[in-house]
Ligand binder design. Structure first.
Ligand code: DQA
Length: 138
């Protein structure tokens, strides 16, 4: 079973970026522990700060992988193009946010992606990625 985690803009800085909101762990640390927790899953990872590259990756895996865990960062709140890419492919997509987007600035409360996703996890920290994988494999 192939699952990919796609992280969007600024999420390459996890561990350094606003640690009071996003924590102190790097994503590489989180990924290593998830690879141990899901030994039967072929877990892939892609991060990009560029909208088009995220769309290209969704197209690339969208008919052959079994799941996408997507944290599109700020593109969540702006990108109809990423929403269209999710709608265009067959693979289920779970939207994840590390912080609770509903308790932050009002512009973070709207997601263009949620309606096209299987579901959304927000505010559970890095644990959200693991829970999303668990949903996809069950
Ligand atoms: C985020 C929330 C977004 O509003 C923000 O732009 C991010 C990260 C999260 O994981 O909490 O970059 O997606």
């Amino acid at each position: 079973m192939r699952i990919i985690i796609i992280n969007g803009p600024n999420l390459n800085l996890l561990g350094k970026r606003e640690p009071e909101i996003y924590g102190h762990q790097t994503f590489e640390e989180v990924l290593a522990s998830m690879q141990l927790n899901f030994p039967t899953v072929s877990l892939h990872y892609f991060q990009s700060n560029h909208e088009g590259e995220i769309i290209d990756k969704i197209h690339e895996v969208g008919f052959s992988y079994q799941g996408i865990v997507l944290n599109a960062g700020a593109y969540t709140h702006t990108s109809i193009a990423i929403a269209d890419a999710i709608a265009a492919v067959e693979v289920p997509v779970v939207e994840v946010h590390i912080s609770n987007v509903f308790e932050r600035e009002s512009y973070r409360r709207h997601s263009f992606l949620s309606a096209k996703c299987a579901g959304m996890i927000t505010g559970l920290g890095m644990k959200g990625y693991e829970l999303a994988i668990r949903f996809l494999i069950e």
